[in-house]
Design a protein around this ligand. Structure first.
Ligand code: 0X9
Ligand code: ZN
Ligand code: ZN
Length: 417
């Protein structure tokens, strides 16, 4: 036992953690097709990590592009941009400083789970168990699958126990590994639900009449990897024969226009769609669970970051969804509720037109399966910190997002189908 512990410790100590000293994040504002071509050339000529959009194929005139550039290339890229008169600014001057800066909360007891901090998977896993056992009348847990690296995927079903079947909302966080504010929100949601049930009228009605099924971290292997090796990892950690590149983008791996647009068939790309739809075991597990519980699931909410958007289908096509106007008005109501707390502005709309066309996403898949209220949240911020949102913003971000989720839930409850 001792030897094992020691070996484990050595393994952790030896794991190389990628540092980002001197690396920069640029925001580019391409105005012409020429600018777009220059960005694509940069992407081909050197290693550039696309933050938003996630791949050079998705770059378009008149929409912002955030790219993360190695220290060695930073000056070259900056010069290129200046020469080609491509409007740009430096969003992050030293990425390592930003990585170090995210843990800015003044919380005590750093060893235990904390809602105002980013928690490791180890802590989240223990928290899942203790939340369920501490709230037996309100929470039940169920393992829905196993990740590529063998970790259990557990959902928490929250709601007052009832003898009749209740409608449910499925809520997942952490599809993309580096979007740390997302799992923080799912943890916040579960805690808010159990601690305001019985005192907050809206939450009480909601949990009396519906269940919320929460998957706190969808892409657990990727999340672990962002803590141990590379903070900027996005994909799963699956390996396949024939390529040394690891992982697929779980939000390009659902069976919704799979790999037809805004996704890559190159296993090394950050938006790799996988070898086939549902090739990723985590995606298969969630899809199977939703298919098996389709008769009760009335809404599907998935939480990402960043850019402050509330998106709904479709993203695999520009065609409007059958329920477009209702989805739009609910999104606008939710965004208004969110904004009422701290003034944070969200943009609502269908994915393809609002950010970019991208097939294989969970929202489109759930919608086409018959889950009418299907939404993707892109939480704070708009790029100042991007994926490295400081811990001091966890509380306000989660508080305001709660208002939007409760708004959607109330609408679903009033409009059961
Ligand atoms: O590209 C994505 O998967 C999401 N943005 S993120 O920056 N978090 O990666 C947006 C998903 C919108 N929905 C679909 N593309 N289906
Ligand atoms: Zn410059
Ligand atoms: Zn995402």
């Amino acid at each position: 036992m001792k030897v094992l512990l020691l070996l484990g410790f050595v393994a952790v100590a030896l794991a190389e953690v990628t540092r980002f000293d001197g690396e920069k994040v640029f925001r580019l504002r391409p105005q012409t097709e020429e600018h777009v071509a220059i960005i694509k050339e940069i992407a081909e000529g050197m290693e550039v990590d696309f933050w938003n959009p996630e791949s050079p194929d998705l770059v378009d005139v008149d929409s912002d592009v955030d790219i993360h550039v190695n220290a060695a290339y930073a000056d070259i890229v900056d010069n290129l941009l200046q020469q080609s008169e491509l409007p740009h600014e430096v969003l992050v001057d030293d990425l390592q400083d930003a990585v170090d800066g995210q843990m800015d909360s003044q919380e005590i007891s750093p060893r235990s789970h904390n809602y105002m901090k980013y928690n490791t998977w180890e802590k989240i896993e223990a928290w899942i168990s203790s939340m369920a056992s501490a709230n037996p009348s309100l929470i039940s847990k169920q393992v829905i699958g196993t990740t590529f690296e063998g970790r259990s995927m557990t959902v928490l079903k929250i709601g007052k126990k009832s003898s009749s079947t209740k409608p449910a909302i499925f809520l997942d966080c952490g599809i993309h590994a580096r979007e740390w504010i997302s799992p923080a929100f799912c943890q916040w949601f579960v805690n808010e639900a159990v601690s305001t049930y019985g005192s907050d009228a809206e939450m009480t009605t909601l949990l009396d009449q519906m269940d919320v099924i929460v998957l706190p971290v969808f892409n657990i292997d990727g999340y672990v990897y962002t803590w141990t090796n590379n903070r900027m990892w996005r994909k799963t950690r699956s390996r396949r024969s024939g390529s040394s590149c690891i992982g697929a983008d779980p939000n390009r791996n659902f069976d919704a226009g799979w790999c037809t647009t805004g996704a890559s068939s190159n296993p090394c790309s950050d938006t790799y769609c996988g070898s086939k739809a549902e090739s990723e075991v985590e995606v298969k597990a969630v899809a199977d669970y939703i298919r098996q519980n389709l008769s009760i699931i009335k809404a599907y909410l998935t939480v990402h970051s960043y850019s402050q958007l509330l998106l709904f289908p479709y993203s695999y096509t520009y065609q409007l969804a059958e329920h477009h106007s209702e989805l739009m008005s609910v999104a606008e109501g939710a965004a208004k509720a969110l904004r009422s707390l701290y003034g944070t502005r969200y943009t609502s709309g269908p994915g393809a037109a609002t950010i970019y066309p991208a097939a294989g996403g969970s929202d489109d898949w759930a919608y086409d399966l018959g889950v009418k209220y299907s939404y993707t949240f892109e939480l704070r911020d708009t790029g100042r910190y991007g994926f490295l949102l400081p811990e001091s913003q966890i509380k306000p971000t989660c508080e305001e997002t709660m208002l939007a989720v409760k708004y959607i839930a109330a609408h679903v409850l009033k409009n059961l189908y």
